[in-house]
Design a protein around this ligand. Structure first.
Ligand code: ADP
Ligand code: MG
Length: 692
């Protein structure tokens, strides 16, 4: 249950005075859905209204707050003219003008003979002072409310800064006095103000420095948010770790047989991570380990070896891929090797239908199938295993956080290995997985050649096409990637289709097109033709899946490369690094190209180290771009900005670990305060699921 102290912050926006249903809808565009979101909606800049000159001294072009007497109203002769009000102080006159205004409301707000305080930008035309559309008009007794510093908030259409200021002021009054949930010593070291004070101060900036993401106030709130994230993960982690699992200690016969059959030797890195995985499998506790390895480093064989361990123990193993294409690709490698080893491996996806499906389900339940490859259908549908002891989840970042936490379902305390090719920087890893057990393959098989990466302007297209034609004629296979801009899938598709048509003029029937709107069967068919070499050039939107394996493809051209995230470019480029041949990647950009974009593209030219690329991308753009989507669980922060608050995250991770070790049920006074923190930042799933 959510602690009562939080109820006011979790009430509807419409509970705020003067905030109606319509505005509440608009505020959703700012990610504001409840009172707490308003409280965490921080100003991005400020306006100084403390300049209160006499009119004679007012500097033109500057925002000023002046006290004047209203002298006269001049209604416009024509509609296109403004409604004018003459006002003055002891020193000079000023014209206050309103375009498209309701005379009645102006007459009410600025009655003749009355004194009013106006705040807005003063201009001087033909020696005449003017102020058009004052930002504020108040009575002299209310002057203090407008003559200070006004925070400026990020806005959305239909919502003005004035409205937000009014509403946020009220929202702040709803913030209860919270108990301190941070460690006293750390607060001192960091010079952190208390939560409530930090919040108030951030909403009432006095100096530009108060808006800095590194101000003590902002860091305090960022730390609170990061700690809630880390604590939630630590709770889950601790509970999962405590579960007893299976001790998988196979006799090694199948694995030895496999190694004898492979045309290559495992790399040192592959051997190292296999040892780590085997140790987890053999332990009496449940395994939950993340295996990270750059594209092409050979994760599949590691997964397969560890699956064989389960099979040697007489149990079943499963591998789940995020898409049909990838599942089928696993079948090609794992399936055919299984056959050679004399064990049974099958594919089960949403498209396995009818008799075939029924047979597979029956054989799985009876234990006649040793290894099953599938998509998420494997875990969602009514699939029963005789004895699932080990599950591998490939390309994990495509699955949501909840799927990740709810893996337990099918297996008999199945051990779990999660694999990802996305080079997630350590910082982001922490935010999504907490301090999860983690192995990294940090070496690619020998003999791989670096990709020759070039950055070129799109003007050079004709010359690139001719060079490509020569390459294709000498047997090369190439991808041509057109960008996907999320807002308009239609336009993207049009661009890809247009490119396809224009390339057809040069390459005839030797070119194919693949995009996200095609049916799975159509996609498969095109992919198949490309694999077999029936077509040499494949024009694609970004549907060319992470992990697709066509070793013969050695050329990639990426249009509008500047629109992609670096991590995405890295994944794409990985498609042409599969074999031992030299390969070329051309990153085409269009003008205008910002300084930052150029720097980013140059990183691609400089390095093929996915981790370095990811780190640089994080520094250049913040966390959001690494994986693109918010629901992936990365960078879902309101107050923390990982490109500047990295260190806070590392501390929060240690802090969370310590808390869980010393107060596992969060029952101490600090523990109880931390429970409020978890609810405040909506990380309460962990508490609800795992705690009393
Ligand atoms: P990823 O880690 O991207 O999933 P894969 O497992 O698909 O990579 O491996 C990429 C390619 O490298 C495959 O063709 C695989 O057969 C090959 N491979 C894997 N391990 C080695 C090795 N130790 N030596 C040589 N080639 C290897
Ligand atoms: Mg793979």
């Amino acid at each position: 249950m959510r602690p009562e102290i939080l109820f006011p912050l979790f009430s509807n926006l419409t509970s705020i005075g003067g905030l109606g249903e319509k505005s509440a809808q608009l505020l959703k565009n700012l990610d504001c859905n409840k009172v707490a979101d308003l409280v965490f909606h921080l100003p991005s800049s400020m306006i100084d209204r403390s300049y209160c000159p006499r009119l004679k001294d007012a500097r033109p072009g500057v925002i000023a707050t002046v006290t004047v007497k209203i002298i006269e109203h001049i209604a416009p002769a024509r509609k296109s003219q403004p409604y004018k009000v003459v006002a003055e102080d002891d020193t000079e006159q000023m014209i206050v003008s309103f375009f498209k205004a309701y005379p009645a409301s102006i007459q009410k707000n600025l009655p003749i003979g009355a004194y009013r305080v106006l705040s807005g930008k003063i201009e001087k035309f033909n020696n005449q002072l003017q102020m058009s559309h004052p930002d504020y008009i108040v009575r002299p007794e209310e002057a203090a409310a407008v003559s200070g510093i006004e925070p400026v908030y990020p806005l959305t259409a239909g919502i003005t800064n004035k409205m937000l200021n009014k509403w946020i002021k009220q929202a702040l009054q709803q913030v209860p006095q919270f108990p301190e949930w941070l460690d006293g010593q750390y607060i001192k070291e960091q010079n952190f103000p208390p939560f409530n004070q930090a919040l108030l101060q951030l909403h009432h900036p006095k100096y530009a420095a108060d808006l800095d993401v590194n101000s003590p106030e902002r860091r305090r709130l960022a730390y609170d948010e990061l700690l809630s994230n880390q604590l939630a993960l630590a709770i889950v982690r601790q509970k999962v770790k405590k579960q007893y699992g299976r001790e998988l200690k196979g006799n090694g016969l199948l694995r030895k047989k496999l190694l004898d059959k492979l045309p290559f030797k495992l790399t040192g890195a592959q051997e190292k991570v296999l040892k780590e995985i085997n140790a987890d499998q053999a332990s009496p506790y449940r395994m939950l380990r993340l295996l990270q390895g750059d594209v092409g480093c050979g994760k599949t064989i590691v997964a397969f070896m560890s699956m064989l361990n389960a099979v040697e123990c007489g149990a079943q193993a499963a591998i789940m891929a995020p898409t049909e294409i990838l599942a089928k690709q696993h079948l090609e490698t794992i399936g055919s090797l299984s056959e050679e080893l004399g064990i049974r491996c099958e594919l089960l996806t949403g498209r396995t239908k009818g008799k075939k499906r029924a047979q597979i389900l029956e054989d799985l339940a009876e234990g006649k199938i040793d290894i099953i490859i599938g998509t998420h259908a494997l875990f969602q549908e009514n699939v029963e295993f005789k004895d699932l002891a080990y599950a591998v989840i490939d390309e994990q970042h495509r699955f949501g956080v909840h799927q990740r936490l709810n893996l337990s379902g099918k297996g008999n305390k199945a051990d779990i290995l999660v694999m990802t090719a996305t080079p997630i920087p350590r910082t982001l890893l922490l935010t999504a997985y907490g301090d999860m057990e983690y192995s990294k393959i940090d070496q690619v098989p020998e003999g791989r050649q670096p990709v020759d990466t070039r950055v070129m302007p799109v003007d050079r297209l004709p010359e690139i096409v001719s060079a490509l034609k020569r390459k294709v004629e000498s047997g090369a296979r190439a991808y041509w990637v057109c960008p996907l801009v999320e807002e308009s899938e239609k336009l993207d598709l049009a661009a890809a289709e247009e490119r396809f048509e224009s390339l057809k003029k040069y390459f005839g029937n030797n070119v194919g097109l693949i995009h996200g709107k095609m049916k799975e069967t159509e996609k498969d068919a095109v992919m198949e033709r490309f694999k077999k070499g029936e077509i040499s050039l494949l024009v694609a939107t970004t549907v060319i899946e992470v992990g697709v394996n066509v070793p013969e493809a050695t050329v990639m051209i990426i249009e509008h490369a500047e629109r992609f995230g670096l991590a995405q470019l890295h994944q794409l480029r990985g498609r042409i690094k599969r074999g031992c041949q030299a390969s070329t990647c051309i990153l085409l950009y269009s003008y205008p190209l910002s300084e930052n974009s150029r720097a980013r593209l140059n990183i691609m030219k400089e390095t093929e180290d996915g981790f370095r690329i990811a780190e640089e991308d994080l520094d250049l753009r913040g966390g959001g771009e690494i994986l693109g989507t918010k629901q992936s669980g990365f960078n879902a922060f309101k107050l923390a900005d990982l490109s500047v608050h990295k260190n806070l995250l590392l501390t929060a991770a240690r802090d969370a670990q310590l808390i869980i070790e010393t107060d596992p049920e969060l029952s101490s006074p600090r523990g109880k305060a931390l429970r409020i923190l978890l609810y405040l930042f909506e990380r309460d799933d962990a508490v609800k699921t795992y705690m009393a």
